[in-house]
Each structure stands twice: as C-alpha cells, then as structure tokens.
Design a protein around this ligand. Sequence first.
Ligand code: ATP
Length: 639
Amino acid sequence: MHPVASTESSETQRPGRLKRAFGRPLRLLWRHRLPVLLGMSLVPVHAAVTLWMPGLIGRTLDLLTAAAQAPPDPDTSTIATSDPETLAAGYGDLRAACLVLLALGLAEAVSRFVSRRLLIDVSRHVEEDLKNDLVAHLQRLPMTWFDRSRTGDLVSRLTQDAELVRFVMGPLLLHGGNALCVLPAGAWLMASMNVPVTLAAAGVFGLLLFAFRSVMPRLHKWSKKSQEAVGEISQQAQEDFAGIRVVHQFARVERERAAMATKNRRYLLANLRLVRLRSLLNALTHTTSGAVLLTVLAVGGYEAIAGRITVGELFQFIGYLALMTFPLEVLGWTIAMLPRAYAGANRIAELFEVEPEPNTGAAPELTGRIRVENLTFTYPEAERPALADVSFTLEPGQKLGLVGPVGAGKSTLLALLMRLYDPPRGTIFLDDHDLLDLEPEIVRRRFALAAQEPFLFSDTIANNVAFGDAAAPAPGDAAAPAGDLIPSTLDAAVGAAALDQDLPQFRDGLSTLVGERGVTLSGGQKQRVSLARALLSDRPGLLLDDTLSAVDPGTEQRILRGLETARRDRTVIAASHRLSVVADADLILVFDAGQVRERGTHEQLLAGAGRYAAAWQLQAESDALESNDPGGDGEEGAA
Ligand code: ATP
C-alpha cells in the first residue's frame, strides 16, 4: 500500500486516533513547557479578575441605588432623596468601586497580553519544530519510499498541514484554558446567586452543544477532502511548472489547465461546504448568546420583580453571561477549525509512521576494495530482476567500465553500491564487510556520483559545484559564495570537467544563477557541473553514470584527459553508452537485460569480436562521420 495514501483506513480503524494525530505536536509542546506553564498560570488570573468585575459592578449598583434613595415614607409611600450623609457615603462607595475596577482593568490587560504572547508564540515554535522534525525524518526515509511518494503532496503536508496544527494550537491553549476557568467558575457563581436563572441559561447552552455534535462529523469529512485537494493541486503545479517545456512541446497546455481546473473546483467545493458548515456554527453560537441573554432577562426579570434578586444581581448575571459567551464563541470557532487541523495532523502523522532507514552499523577504516558476488536484485514491485548474477572485484584506484543498452542495469548497480537501495545480503562487500553491515552514511560518503540526469539547485554554478564539499554553504545561501571559499580547487574541478570553456557564455561566470534545476544550462553543461561537483568532493570512489552522454566528442576527449589527472588514485566506476569513456578501464562489463554478457579489458573485448567489438566499430564510424560534419560540433541533447 502506498504509505502516503493510507489516511482513510487508518483513520477510521485505529484506536487512539486523536493521540496518533496530536501526540507529536503535544510532545513538542512539552519542549516549551516553561512558557506554556507561565502563560497557562496567567489564564486563571485573567479569569478571576474578569469574573470579579460583574459582582463588583452589581454590588456598587445596589449600593448606589440605596444611597440615592431614602427609605419610602410609610404614610405617603413616596421615595425621597437621601440625606447628605447617606449621599456622601454613596460617593465614597462609588470612588472605591471605580478605583478597584481600574486596578482590575489593569491586571486584566497585563495578564491577557502576557498569556496571549507566551501561548501564541509557543504555537509558532511548535510549528517550527514540527517542520524541522519532519524534514529531518523525511531525509532518513529509504529511497524505495521516495520512488512512490509525490513531491507536491509532501510539500503541502510540510507547509499547509503544519500551519493548520499551529492555527488551532495557540487559540486552543489560550481560549480553551480560559473557557475551562471561566465556564465552571461563572456557572458556580451564577448558581450560588439564583438556581432557576442559571438552569434556564444552561438549558439554552445545552442546545448549542447538541448542534455542535451533529455538525462536527461533516466538518471533519469536508476538512479532509479540502486538505487532500490542496495536496493534489500542489502536486500538479509542481509537475506542470517543473515540466513546463514538455507541456508546451506536446501542446498539452489546455489539458493540464483543465486538469488543474478540475482539482481547483474540487478544492472549491470542499471549501464551500466548509464555509457553509462554519457559518452555521457561527450563526448558532451568536444566536445562542442572544437567546441565553433573552432567557436570563425574562427569568431573571421575573425573579427581580418577585424580589428574589436585586437589579444589581441581575446585572451581575448578565455580566457573567457576557464573560462566558466570549470564550464559548472563540472556542466554538476553534472547535470548528479542529477537524481541519486534525486532518492535517493526521497527514503529518502518516509521514512520521514511515519507518526510517536505520543509520546503524560498523564504521571501520576502509581501503576501498569492492567485491560483488552473484548479485541479483529486483526492485520492490518490479516483476523481473534489474540485475542477475553479477560478480566482479575492483581494487582501490582501479577503473571499472559498465556498458550496455538502455535499461540494462548499469545505474541500478551504481545505486546499490551507494546503498541507495539495499542489496541482498552477501552480494556486495566493501573490503570484506558486507555492505548491509556498514553504516549507510559511511558507504555513501565513499562515493561521489555524477548522475545521468544531474540535479542542480537554484543557485550559482559555483555553489552547485561546491555542493559536495563540507565547507560549502547550503544551496541558496548567498551569504558565503563557494567561489570565495575554495577558489583553487574549485577552478581545478571546473577545468577538469571542461566547464571553463563555457564560462565566457555565462553573464557572471561561476557566479551565474542557473535557475530552477539548472534550467538555464544546456544538458551537457549540467552534466559537467555535476562532474565538477563529483571531482571536487574528493571522495575515494567516483561514480560516473553516463555523465558524458550530452557532450560532443571533442569535449568528451578533453574531459577524459582532465579526468585522468583529477581522479588521482581514486576508484572510478563509469557507466556509459559511449565506449570511448570506458576504453581505458581495468575491467569492462558488458550488460544486457541485467546480465553480464562479456567482460575484460578493451583489448580483450575487441579481440573477442563480440557485442563490445561490434559496438566499438559502429561508434568509431559514427564519430568519424560526426567529425566530418561541419555543423556537428555542438552538444547533444540540451535540456
Ligand atoms: P540507462 O542506460 O537508460 O540509464 P541503465 O542500464 O542504467 O539504463 P537502470 O536504470 O539500471 O538501467 O534500469 C534497469 C531496470 O530497472 C530497468 O528495467 C528499469 O525500468 C528498472 N528500474 C530502474 N529504476 C527503478 C526503480 N526505482 N523502481 C523500479 N524499477 C526500476
């Protein structure tokens, strides 16, 4: 099963679904426990301060009413103005209440500001940690997993889904904490004043909870669809723009546009549903607030007329309700967002569940002897082996040539040597260590690969060449140009790869930016940047995977001469369709359909008069034709 496409089943079947989705963000939250605890400890302070206010105002109102009115005249039943002493006491009460309110207001503002800052900041840090951890995890996943994953989808999980988790985490901490304090405390305060009014208010709130419960499953379903649609859109956008030339060449612009429009519509429909459901919840929350107020006014007003509560107490009730309504509304909004965050967190959790490649094993000193014994390898899910019964031994400093038609298994052998895929046990040995017993990183660090389809970063040529050098800056880090770091070795590698002959064509020489994936370079130039990168990296093994397929014969000869000097005593394994690249090898293996059909040195193979000799003859004739062709000195196959 595709590991990234497993959301549906796991989500509906696994127990502890919430733990699975939010377990990691919560653990990350624990990393920032100090600000969380500090912020959370201020939440009850804030709640206490705000809940104090309605009581204070209510009691002051009652005192003022009493102070402003003398007791009614028993004869006439009229209300007279109070005497000056009572009035003075009333003014005193008013001043004291205002001062306390001012202090409470200040305390409220400070506790609100500090707790909000601390808790919202933490949610940002958790998002950052989550993204960093995810990138670190993805980089440890095996190649077989990447063969089946989709870059656009990964990007949307890494960005949008991680943001969604943050989006609810901060408000949930802040308003959730506030609601946890304000709601029970407010309810208790209200109940201690008057039970019937409290029960009436609670009944209306209960209806709201019921409405939430019935809307949530649909909210969840459409949130998931919306997130999946985002993944599809970013996947197609990524492929369309990376492959824009192919799209244009094959006049597929309209078709791609239509496909994108379909995905966009799917996204739109999911979001329209979400907007509808959220609007419904929003309206319900607001209407409930109004309904509760109305109920309290009606029931409370009746109680006030009956003399069971004062007007000040009725005001106090309404004040508590106002305080309880706000966290409820915000909590309602946050809960409405929860399904989206849950869907996002689940999509992230799925990635974390993919087992990383263990980076364990021996890390001995190696001389670099390579021994391959009866290697047969089949890619996961492939039907026939890509390599069958391959054996050879290569001493340090020797050169091995791999030739054969397309799909013969040459690149597969290189990938296995670098342990990008795990070979069967007992088939590949470095010195006398089984490759599987060595730390994968130790193995990879022994080889520098100049790939058949080189990958260049959106950076300068110099930084791309210096990519394999430990002292070089990360791609895109303009702060430390590679050319300044290691000029002499960089120039030597550039010269050995015959890239120097192209520099006058580039506006800023080695500092020229190459565009995404090196789109502004020709195929041959990209190959030579990749070759210079491999030469500069100074690793003991040099793997050339048809690296010179897109350069003309003249340049090829120059590179081969440069390579002889630049490789020094490094072991070289060169896979190539061009036999001239392997002619000086200590051993040449001729592959066909994963099997070694011929083996030997160039001279032995020519003498054998087999496939190699025939191919050599053919290539010599074609090279002779090409060198006579006045227009045939350019590079082939520019991207
Ligand atoms: P070329 O000269 O075209 O580069 P090659 O000799 O390097 O060809 P490989 O790339 O090693 O050939 O491919 C050998 C076989 O393995 C081919 O049939 C190919 O389809 C298959 N193959 C290559 N990579 C994978 C992969 N990641 N998953 C499954 N099959 C693969």
